[in-house]
Design a protein around this ligand. Sequence first.
Ligand SMILES: *[C@@H]1O[C@H](CO)[C@@H](O)[C@H](O)[C@H]1NC(C)=O
Ligand SMILES: *[C@@H]1O[C@H](CO)[C@@H](O)[C@H](O)[C@H]1NC(C)=O
Length: 349
Amino acid sequence: MFRFAVYPSLLLILTATNTDAKEMTEIEALGAKPTRCTYAYAFEMYGAHCAGLRLNKIPSLRSGIEILDFSDNKLQEIHADTLSSYSSIKFLYLTENQIYSIHTDAFAYLTNLQTLDLSKNVILQITDSIFQLPSLRKLYLSGNPLLHLSLNEMIIHKPIKAPLELLDLSDCKIKELPDFGILPQMSFYNVSYNPLVKLDTHTFSSMCKLTKVDLSESIQNIKLCDLKMSIMWFQDRKIYFQIKLDEYSQLNSREFENCPKSVFPDSLNASYNHCQNEYTEVQNVTTSRSTWMTIAGGLFGFLVGFVLLLYIMHRHNVAQTKKTNKDINKEKPSDVDKNATAILLNNES
Ligand SMILES: *[C@@H]1O[C@H](CO)[C@@H](O)[C@H](O)[C@H]1NC(C)=O
Ligand SMILES: *[C@@H]1O[C@H](CO)[C@@H](O)[C@H](O)[C@H]1NC(C)=O
């Protein structure tokens, strides 16, 4: 009987403390709601993690962040000043938001930006300024079902400044691929899940470092023989192109084989060679820049060493002078040590 009496009271105490703790955390959570992003080091970079917090605006973040993961939130608009104070960002993930509007200068301050993920939004219009970001290597725009409405009206200033290596335009309802001009660094182009109506080989000849194209579920609306030139180009340049299994069987058909044979027009070679030249130029700039950096670094190291040497020599000289002074003092016949110290101190001042 006694036992039974103890247990309920214990339980009561336990539940009481439990609800207390719960209330505390809830209050804390409420108070911290606008800035619940967490900070961490990843890949030797400082990053803010704000994914899946149902935020409809980017809260004030610590400065100096290099990674911002703001995916799976409710952001709708990116204004000119939304990101302007985070110029150190290199990797920006904005996938799975509700972004429909992006200001022309939204990313203008992000001169270090290397990866921009804007996939799975409802972007109505992107601006040329994204393609002019000086460090942008990877751009993900997949799963933006309204983007195609404005894509071909976008005025692109060529050659674009962004050193794009990866461009993902998959699943955007695109009928005609936009013309970005020469893209000398481009290696992977994902245009899968788009209802393409044509496949212009020039799109690919101006990407001379292209190694992979994903065309899955994108070529059904194109006449088989109209694919011939691009497929030949991929084979000739050893570009791996990905398509669905049934699409492969179509390309292996007698019908495809019997398409009129055609030779690559000169213009394809011309844009390919143009791209190659651009690539070599970029490589030269990077190597010469790194050479200069090495020279400058070496010079700096030498100067530091030289100054250090001078300082050591100076210290040595000072010590020598002091020593000779001391010796002179020692030679003086003095009976009290205190006097000698006094002389030394006088000498020093
Ligand atoms: C290309 O994009 C589609 C759709 O976004 C994706 O499923 C596919 O994995 C991508 N292709 C490659 C090779 O990554
Ligand atoms: C195009 O370039 C390839 C190799 O770069 C060369 O073999 C071919 O003769 C060129 N064709 C024309 C028409 O210049």
